[in-house]
Design a protein around this ligand. Structure first.
Ligand code: ZN
Length: 310
């Protein structure tokens, strides 16, 4: 180790603990402000499985009542927002695919808005696209199928994957002349396995029909060594407005009455069973519990419960 003279140290930019340097220099931090943020992945164990949620995009939006409380009064919408410490005139949306590594296969539930966003989160989580064995699509909205194809629009992002989706959902969009479906899903048809309510894309994972948001929207129960988790996709699209008031109509729900009935049924089951769930649009990391309360449900974000799984 070399000993530096004070002159050399100053020249090398090393701070010297001398009063003079404080007196003659303004107290500025050397580190620039970085902007807010957090890691785009969160991983926990579920029995013998590993579950990773991936934040592939997030964006702010205004006038949330027009999306999440179409049939609410402005007074009720404002009151529930205030009671939950969120503004009534702004919201933040999250897009959160889930990876499940069963030990035998790596399964990705939904693919995000774009390949770019999803690959960035995967890379941060230490996963490469070619490691994904199965892609499960809960439904065919653009924020769930947007990552299927790469930037050129024609090269599948997950080169080694097979695909699983609900037959009702696929049939619906096949006849809908939908640009996103035609571009991203249709070219993969030969690699898709179609399942129905109660079907299983692979051992330990079971599909449940949860229609309303789209005609064939499906959710998934994941179970390993007696531990259970629900992947609820877009059954509820906001952690306060859609859970506390499941009857509030959501602009993105194709059949609003069916979506409300499905919300109450699915979250009633999750509340009764006290199992964790992952919601695609819940605040990241998107994992929590619900308790039945009044006409809806109280969302309890997961804290350390799943860390205790080891
Ligand atoms: Zn969605």
């Amino acid at each position: 180790m070399t000993t530096l003279s004070r002159r050399q140290a100053l020249a090398a930019g090393i701070a010297m603990p001398l009063a003079a340097s404080f007196l003659t220099r303004p107290a500025l931090a050397n580190a620039p402000l970085q902007g807010s943020g957090f890691a785009p992945w969160n991983r926990f164990k579920l029995g013998g499985f590993e579950v990773t949620t991936l934040l592939v995009g997030t964006r702010a939006g205004d006038k949330p009542q027009e999306t999440f409380g179409m049939n609410a009064t402005p007074e009720d919408f404002a009151a529930i927002s205030a009671a939950n410490f969120i503004p009534a005139d702004l919201t933040q949306n999250f897009f959160t695919p889930t990876l499940v590594n069963t030990g035998a296969e790596l399964v990705l539930f939904d693919t995000g808005l774009s390949a770019e966003g999803t690959l960035a989160a995967l890379t941060a989580a230490g996963i490469t696209a070619d490691q994904v064995d199965v892609v499960v699509l809960t439904h065919m909205h653009g924020d769930h199928i947007g990552g299927l194809m790469g930037a050129d629009g024609v090269t599948p992002t997950f080169a080694n994957a097979r695909y699983v989706t609900g037959s009702v959902e696929h049939n619906n969009w096949s006849t809908a002349a939908n640009e996103g479906f035609d571009r991203s899903v249709k070219p993969l048809n030969d690699k898709i396995t179609f399942i129905d309510d109660g079907g299983s894309p692979l051992s330990g994972i079971t599909a449940m029909a949860a229609a309303g948001h789209t005609p064939g929207h499906m959710i998934y129960m994941v179970e390993s060594e007696g531990q259970r988790l629900a992947i609820t996709a877009d059954t509820a699209n906001h952690y306060v407005w859609s859970l506390q008031r499941p009857d509030w109509e959501v602009r993105f729900d194709a059949d609003k009455a069916a979506a409300a009935a499905t919300r109450k049924q699915v979250f009633g089951m999750i509340a009764a069973d006290r199992i964790p769930f992952i919601g695609y649009h819940m605040p990241f990391p998107g994992v929590g519990f619900v308790e039945a309360q009044g006409e809806g449900f109280r969302y309890v974000p997961a804290s350390y419960q799943l860390m205790l799984n080891g």
